[in-house]
Write a protein that binds this ligand. Structure first.
Ligand code: SAM
Length: 383
């Protein structure tokens, strides 16, 4: 614990009547303040409302497409190195833009009864410049290693690992494709270009929103190959309690389209005697608010995955959902993740049910035929 900052009462110091402000005193004060965060009840909707009053001929015009792209660009203010996102005209279907039904945002919007980010309990490192994960002194490296170790103990990942305790290499490429990610945070002493700051520094790879043949809108890579382990963006949206997610889910199921993501990562169940007893606390809903990642379709042979990523909230139940590639992606290839999490586990579950004479088919519109076209497709969505 020698490097972790442990919150303690902070007593300001004075010199000749002037208050002395140091980085340590600044951090101590900031910890006592509430981090500004967005409330889902304040989601803007005037642009969508306005567009929806205009005739369909305008909404289906190139001007509408440009307005949508400008709306996206506006939300990219915290991603200075992110290439612009185009709504790609690939001549599939009639829609020129996605429906004007959501606010484009890269942020999380907190729903009713969701606690604000817990910054008081954040552990932070005291590294100078870039963190040296092998020094043994970096509190963030030690915290990451502690979680990696739990995966090793649970036999989920091999115990031999030639890399550093961080899950990223020195260029910010994700090396460990199984564990949650613990990045350095706002109270760490290290620089902004520390190799343990990737998600917080934003997307760098080009992606586009495209029409697909059978799955509505989707996301494709741009004109560059994207290497395995590259960060693409967070699955942004409203952070809701499980109860609210369930209520909304009932409508989405009937409607046949859902943007709900349950925060039920493996590591959250580690302390449970029986993981079946575990109860989900939060979900992310990208229906009314979200970014390009709300258009990521499901594939039974995915090239992306969503990882739990912790930055400025010490509450382990409220990670950011960070999308990374899990293999090299060709230029213009569609980007997809598995809506089932571990698709092989799901495949086994379906096989077992079939052997037992059961079919896991449910009634609502959302349990549709999977159109991912993978050779090992399991056949249905959300079954
Ligand atoms: C998170 S949204 C993805 C974006 C969506 N395609 C759109 O146009 O907004 C999830 C919905 O996309 C469709 N979808 C995603 N993956 C699919 C697949 N493999 N096969 C068929 N439909 C899919 C389903 O309607 C699903 O409810």
């Amino acid at each position: 614990m020698s490097c972790a900052i442990i919150p303690r009462p902070f007593l300001p110091k004075y010199l000749c009547g002037y208050r002395i402000i140091t980085w340590a005193s600044y951090v101590a004060e900031q910890r006592e303040r509430q981090l500004e965060y967005r409330l889902s009840r304040n989601l803007p909707h005037s642009l969508q409302d306005h567009m929806n009053t205009l005739p369909a001929s305008f909404r289906d015009s190139d001007i509408a497409r440009r307005i949508f792209e400008a709306h996206i660009q506006e939300a990219m203010i915290n991603e200075p190195r992110a290439p612009p996102i185009e709504i790609f005209d690939n001549d599939i279907g009639d829609e020129v833009t996605p429906r004007w039904e959501f606010h484009y945002t890269n942020e999380m919007w907190y729903g009713e009864s969701v606690p604000p980010p817990d910054i008081k309990r954040l552990e932070s490192c005291k590294c100078i410049g870039k963190c040296d994960p092998k020094s043994g002194k970096c509190a963030c490296a030690r915290r990451q290693l502690k979680w990696v170790q739990r995966y090793i103990d649970a036999d989920i990942i091999p115990s031999t690992w030639p890399g550093s305790p961080f899950v990223y290499d020195s260029k910010g490429v994700l090396q460990r494709l199984e564990c949650p990610i613990f990045e350095c945070n706002r109270f760490c002493d290290c620089d902004d270009d520390c190799p343990n700051r990737v998600v917080q520094n934003g997307r760098k790879w080009p992606v586009h929103i495209v029409r697909t043949e059978h799955k509505g809108w989707g996301v494709s890579a741009g004109n560059k190959k994207i290497p395995k382990g590259s960060y693409l963006g967070i699955y942004a949206g409203e952070l809701l309690t499980e109860q609210e997610g369930e209520e909304r889910g009932r409508y989405y199921d009937l409607y046949g389209r859902t943007y709900l993501f349950s925060i039920d990562f493996h590591h959250l169940k580690f302390d449970m005697e029986d993981p079946e007893d575990w109860e989900n606390l939060y979900v992310v809903d990208a229906y009314h608010a979200g970014n390009f990642s709300r258009f990521l379709n499901h594939s039974c042979d995915p090239n992306c995955k969503i990882f739990a990523c912790y930055i400025d909230d010490a509450d382990v139940d409220k990670p950011l959902l960070a999308v990374f590639t899990t293999r090299d992606v060709e230029p213009w290839e569609e980007l997809c993740f598995s809506y089932y999490g571990d698709i092989d586990e799901k495949r086994e579950e379906i096989e077992k049910a079939r052997e037992g004479g059961q079919e896991l088919v449910r009634g609502h519109a959302v349990y549709a035929q999977c159109r991912c076209e993978a050779s090992n497709c399991i056949g249905r969505l959300f079954s």
